[in-house]
Ligand binder design. Structure first.
Ligand SMILES: C[S@@+](CC[C@H](N)C(=O)[O-])C[C@H]1O[C@@H](n2cnc3c(N)ncnc32)[C@H](O)[C@@H]1O
Length: 188
């Protein structure tokens, strides 16, 4: 994130799509990273669309309430924990503060629909999800992310994920040893 954060945090209304978010720790981490970088008013223009295919509503509920057990938060630097989490009345559980919560919106979405949830995203984040898909599905999902990204937008995925050679020209690698890419404008 540190490689794209300065450029993203400088945008007027940065929009982020975090795809396959499970219980939401990732989008809240991203929201906190931006809060640390952006001025108060600019931060209020950040929007993180958090999506997952989970259909029982459990993930949506956890993300909307943003209450997490303290032991899941133990690796956070003390200063970050104190600044962005508050007791919510339940023993051993803490809630993400409202300012951070308001930037994250959950919606149900199946990546295998190959239909993007919107366009103009400055960053698409999809970690530990693509490995569950067949090679052909992975290519179609990556094409969908390419359509969803704004020109020059970033795509970040997990370390173990390789960019399939068929679509390699659609993304340029930002750092040699990491899975951060930038959208290249090209006909798909
Ligand atoms: C291992 S978790 C990754 C959570 C988070 N991105 C992280 O790295 O900690 C994988 C997530 O992908 C979601 N997922 C699996 N198939 C999906 C699909 N077709 N569309 C959207 N989400 C999917 C699962 O529901 C699960 O929440």
């Amino acid at each position: 994130m540190e490689h794209c954060l300065p450029s993203l945090a400088g945008r007027n209304h940065p929009r982020i799509w975090d795809a396959g978010v499970a219980m939401g720790q990732e989008p809240y981490t991203v929201s906190i990273l931006f809060a640390e970088r952006m001025g108060h008013f600019a931060f209020n223009n950040l929007r993180i669309d958090a999506t997952d295919v989970e259909s029982t509503g459990q993930f949506a509920h956890v993300i909307e309430t943003a209450v997490y057990p303290q032991d899941e938060l133990s690796r956070l630097p003390q200063g970050i924990f104190e600044k962005y989490f508050e007791p919510n009345g339940q023993t051993g559980r803490f809630q993400v503060v409202e300012r951070i919560r308001r930037r994250v919106a959950f919606q149900w979405h199946d990546l295998l629909s190959f239909k993007e949830i919107g366009h103009g995203y400055a960053l698409v984040l999809c970690k530990n999800v693509l490995l569950h898909f067949a090679p052909r599905e992975r290519i179609e999902v990556l094409k969908m992310f390419h359509r969803a990204l704004a020109p020059g937008g970033y795509f970040a995925t997990e370390q173990t994920q390789e960019m399939p050679s068929e679509i390699a020209p659609m993304f340029e690698r930002v750092i040699p040893d990491g899975q951060l890419f930038r959208k290249v404008a090209c006909a798909i």
